[in-house]
Structures are given as structure tokens and as C-alpha cells.
Design a binder for this molecule. Structure first.
Ligand code: NI
Length: 161
């Protein structure tokens, strides 16, 4: 399992609903959790590993490992916060992104059970970041054009080295 990086069209596609939470999905989720541990990330979404399904996993230090299958963002707070974000698919780029302070999400876990979660702070931020990946949206898309272009340029220059 390998991370695909900015420039790959797969990062811009909408991921598809998962029909059955079977052995394959469980194996993929476990491998994704291994990957974020190895690459020192806090979360990864299916499209980032070329798996175009609606799944993402999150593991924030000090928190449990979390798997979200077919997630729906039910609520996003009007209140926002700004915090520095990075993305395994855009290595080397870190930038402040404005997001909702708290969210409510519904999804299925690795055991195939539905759950609803209310989150705030870092977990809410990471959930929004990973959810975006399922829609083909990247953290850079939340910036103004000028800032985004500048960072893309920086990223592309670094990739050529
Ligand atoms: Ni990301």
C-alpha cells in the first residue's frame, strides 16, 4: 500500500460507497492504520492509497484507532478555528486551514456497526480533512487562489529535486 501524491487524478475523484464490510475492507482498514503509523500521519483516506471507496482511518496520539466507513457529516459548526494542517499526499506542505470547530458524523465501524460521533478540536479537524478526500477535495482547496498557487509551486519545485 502506497500513498499517491498531489498531481495524481485519483485524489480529485469522488470515492464510491462501500456495499459490504467484508474481509477485504477490514484488511484495507488495518493496512491503512499501519500506513499512518509508518508514515507518521494522523489519518488517511481510501483515495490516497488508490482505493476509491468511502473509507478513512484516524489515529491521533493518545486516542483510539478509528475507522469510518460510508461516513455522513451530519453537522458542522458555524464556529470555526484555524490550525496548521499537512497531508500525506502533499508532503512537505503545512498551512493554516480554517474549519468548523465541531462536527457530528455518522458512519460504520470495522465491525460493520453504525455509530454517531460528536467531535471537536483536533479530531473534528482531522475528520473534516479525511472526509474531504472522499469528495476529491484537498486541504489546499480551502485556501485563497494566490496562497494555493504559491504552495503548489513550492511543492512541485521540491518534487523535482
Ligand atoms: Ni490528507
Amino acid at each position: 500500500m502506497k500513498i499517491i501524491t498531489f498531481g495524481d487524478e485519483k485524489l480529485r475523484l469522488k470515492a464510491e460507497k462501500i456495499d459490504t464490510i467484508d474481509e477485504e475492507i477490514i484488511a484495507v482498514a488495518k493496512e491503512m492504520l499501519e500506513l499512518i503509523k509508518r508514515d507518521k500521519g494522523v489519518g488517511v483516506a481510501g483515495p490516497q492509497v488508490g482505493f476509491m471507496k468511502r473509507i478513512f482511518v484516524i489515529h491521533i496520539e493518545g486516542d483510539e484507532k478509528r475507522v469510518f466507513i460510508n461516513p455522513s457529516l451530519l453537522e458542522t459548526s458555524v464556529e470555526t478555528t484555524k490550525y496548521e494542517e499537512g497531508c500525506l499526499s502533499v508532503p512537505g506542505i503545512y498551512v493554516n486551514v480554517v474549519r468548523s470547530e465541531s462536527i457530528k458524523i455518522q458512519a460504520w465501524n470495522i465491525k460493520g456497526r453504525p455509530f454517531t460521533l460528536e467531535a471537536s478540536g483536533l479530531l473534528a479537524r482531522v475528520i473534516q480533512h479525511e472526509y474531504d478526500h472522499l469528495e476529491g477535495v484537498l486541504f489546499l482547496d480551502h485556501l485563497n487562489d494566490k496562497k494555493r498557487e504559491k504552495l503548489i509551486e513550492k511543492f512541485e519545485k521540491a518534487q523535482k529535486k
